[in-house]
Design a protein around this ligand. Sequence first.
Ligand code: 5AD
Length: 360
Amino acid sequence: MKKLIDKLEKEKRLSFDEWKSIIVEFRKEKDKALPLFDNDSILSYASEKARKIRLENFGNKIYIRGLIEFTNYCKNDCYYCGLRKSNKDIERYRLDENIILKCCEKGYQLGFKTFVLQGGEDLYFNDDRMESIIKNIKKNFPDCALTLSVGEKSFETYEKWKNAGADRYLLRHETADKKHYSTLHPESMSFDNRMECLKNLKKLGYQTGCGIMVGSPFQTVECIVEDLMFMEKFQPEMVGIGPFLPQHSTPFCDKKGGSLEETLLLLSLVRIMLPKALLPSTTALGTVKEGGRELGILCGANVVMPNLSPLEFRENYLLYDNKICTGDEAAESLKSLEKNMKNIGYEIVKERGDSPFFKK
Ligand code: 5AD
């Protein structure tokens, strides 16, 4: 396996069977995967290489993104997500433009140079409303990058928002296997459209992020291999990888959550394959285990996304159960995040942190 990981480092790609054998072997030795250090496991080997590659490309810098969860309304009904429209157990909210700008202001004072507007697919935020928000954020904070994460839209809409000043877009593909996609989503949602959206975003010049949930229901080793091969082909600037976590009011409430170790392995492999990618150590990783986000950093991640949403709304933005939304997760606790990252040898920097392919 170590030879295959060396090959990945050199060639930045592997065949279907080669990828598959890494994951199959990893699963056999899962029990000895952690701790990461002083260990001859596949995870330990991959994470060491990932750290080295991350150091060569980004030093010990960690970029921060201020996450603003501005609406939990959603027209979609994804089986895994707590914001799905059929979930009647949550109180829905929207932040208006003024509140969003206030969140940015607070973030700016804390040193954030990227804001991420994330929300469900909420038709209230039509092209014009979004355009106004985008323009005003860019006008008030011209030295900041703006990332959107609001789902599938038409080419024209993405184009308008790009012209209004948006820099980046996150749209996890969720799975690169069409059949698997249809087990996670209702029929009204289409795999082809999601892939088309990702292509359009790239074409329009967004720094584009795809990504998956590790251990989502019905995910096979083959699905994961397809995800990795898709990423190799698509060459995203950003990749979001976090464990699937069940949410109690969704059809997947009884499904098993994704594994911490496998998430860490995939982070490491993606870092080795895409050395210049921006890889967040996700909130979901911090939720499966205390210190999970630090482990993500040690496996090659170089981004964290603290929450800038007003505290009173955070409990209603629960994609999954037990989501961390106080303490370290809160932007107010940036100091303690800084301390934790410093303890493992990394430094939070107050820069835009663009993709190296998009240096301004
Ligand atoms: N567990 C983990 N991640 C989830 N997401 C949505 N629901 C869950 C869940 N139950 C992820 C999806 C989505 C992103 C915003 O959050 O991958 O793209």
